[in-house]
Design a binder for this molecule. Sequence first.
Ligand SMILES: *Cc1c(COP(=O)(O)O)cnc(C)c1O
Length: 400
Amino acid sequence: MSYTPLPPALNPPVRTLLGPGPSDTHPRVLAAMAKPTVGHLDPYYLQLMDGMQQMLRAVFQTQNRMTFAVSATGSAGMEAAVVNVIEPGDPMVVCVNGVFGGRMADVAARAGANVTKIELAWGEVFAPADVKDALAKAKPKVVGIVLAETSTGAWQPIEEIAALVRDAGAMLVVDAVTALGGLPVEMDRWGVDVIYSGSQKCLSCPPGLAPISFSDRALEMILARKSKVQSWYLDVTMLAQYWGSDRVYHHTAPINMTYGLYEALRLVLEEGLENCFVRHRRNHLALKAGLAALGIGYTAQEGHQLPMLNAVRVPEGVDDAKVRGELLSRFGIEIGGGLGAFKGKVWRIGLMGYGSRPANVLLFLSALEQLLAEQGYKFEHGASIAAANAAYSRGKNGES
Ligand SMILES: *Cc1c(COP(=O)(O)O)cnc(C)c1O
């Protein structure tokens, strides 16, 4: 029997992805993904896994043996982190100041944790004192926090909170999905027990893999569990036998996704972590200067604004959906709208990984000016481009 009509051949449009993820895939990553598929136990593949683990340790800044990639997106990284360290009834404190903290609390409750949420207004960041109180009251086994909250653009300092959590004898789980590859993530120096990320934010790779790392302390605790890990697929004790020297089949690894992430990590390390962070910051400052010239401000607290995710207020009288729709239809540019409390009020402009380039900053600002002018929004035409260029030349003179 023939199948008619056959749906059309695949022909995705070329976009400029300046939203909260996925970000543009680097051409070298796309090329890597088109290489021949090998078996998941092929000696060639095993060698790639070793190389990938080494590179993941470098980007997470850790020596942890159990550093690998979960075969699924960032949310599976979150689930893997939580379900392995939580047993039913365990107290867990989750810091919630946006969508992803909220998601972690939901994941933890489903895993059977006795969850205490500490909540802040969206756009704010937690101070050590906020966490100190919760540690004293809830006596948690695990504390969860988001380093780069993609829904609000807030950059959460981790170091002091990590020290408090450690002193209280609890374990710290950190969401570094948007952070990794765009700002410093120092797992060992901070003393983080479990950290996870995703391939499609600042790593310039398509969605599909979730880098993760467990400290030896976390692994010991997992091995001493009284109950089995609730998820078969995400059980790190079983995954350890595939990623470790035993190479026991667990599930069929997504081979070509691994090629992609492997090349993506090579790109980050070839550029150098520090250079990568400087580039993200430079493009962020140029965009910020450009937006300021249009009277557009950020939602996150000053001093805690993420370099890779610019969450800004939609100006008064401007139609949010129309601007985003026309950026896409007329300019091929995707940006994100607001989530939850920020729906209709916030634009989320991502400058992530390969997408964090001066060409994208200038393209976006020009297109935005055109659309704002059409909506009758009052501003000095060309001012955002001039301001962004001025920020770039300041950056060249050593100021950043
Ligand atoms: C994107 C994101 C996630 C979820 O990742 P998916 O790949 O969409 O499953 C989790 N946490 C943060 C902070 C994110 O930005």
